[in-house]
Write a protein of this length. Sequence first.
Lengths: 236, 144
Amino acid sequence: MPEDLRTIRKRKGMSVNQMASRSGISIATLIQYEKGEREIPPNDLRRLAKVLYIDEWDINPRSSPPSPPPPRKERPDRPPRPQKKPPQEKKPPPKSPPARETQIAHLLTIAARFDIDRAALEAEIGKPLDELTQKEGRFWNGHFMRRMAEEQPPKSPIDRKRAYLPEGVDGFELAYLQEQQEAGAPLHFTLFDGQTFEGAVVGFSPYQITIREPGGDEITLNKLAIAYYRKAGGIR
Amino acid sequence: MSLGDELRYLRAFHGGGNLREIEEEIGLKPGTLRYMEQRYRRVGEDDEVLASIAAYYDVPLGTLQYHRERYRKALSAYLQQGLESGATARFELRTGETLTGRVRWWDLGALGLEPEGGGALTVVQRHAVLDWAGTMTNDQSEGG
């Protein structure tokens, strides 16, 4: 009984990407096959069967369209939440102890940076420094520290530039191959051993390129075996 | 071609053996060959180690020393320089051919070379590049 491509692929634990690279069929095409948007032609059926280690007739050439996701289950009614306890009467906050000497000394030091002396500082705070509490001391120290931070020249952004590493990707070559595949342009390949092949790209992965020769034969070239390639008829 | 590429090529040529087994057979510290095969920077400074690897693969020590100078980062630097300056670059390939042209792009596995005097862009696989004009010896600021 033939099964849908997606069902078989899932059972084999293979990703679409892996199937694409092994079969030489593009990911977009495979997705169309799996969704049943396109019938799998006999040629591709053979390749997919080979990749999946099954017989061609085990694959349904026209997959059934994916079923819509099941409706979300209604959540069973929750038991009513217990009512919150009525807020208890808040105790008045404990009175802050008087400011430490070090707090006042620090405050005077940073105020001096803004040319503010003790009298001016007391005027700004609204009370003599001796009557300042620890909480107020923290507040005013924080206030002047923030002022200092604001008035300092902004730090220059880090000037270190990360090196551009095209080695981290192989995007340029894959983009070139994609372009050639879409154009259907035949490419001429020269291998390490001097052999040459010519054909239009029908699929590729980071490690292989599959081409269709003018005679209709498809060949998968291992990129490690390729020395270089160019558009067929290109002049060196 | 870098020393790493050459060592991988030699390993494949000699039956594609397991790295650990080859290291054991040569008497190298585990991981030495793996390190040399995978690094982008210049590796293989110890000539004694290189000599033992050369003896195992039955190649002259000079061959491995030659590839040591042509590490991948040096090729990257040359390609980047060519890309930015638009100057004509020259590549000797393992096939015995020499290609010249302007570097249009380069990445992990290949480089796009616009031939001198026009013509179709040639995509050269980096592992096929044996040597290039103006081998650079200074290390660049790349990672790897």
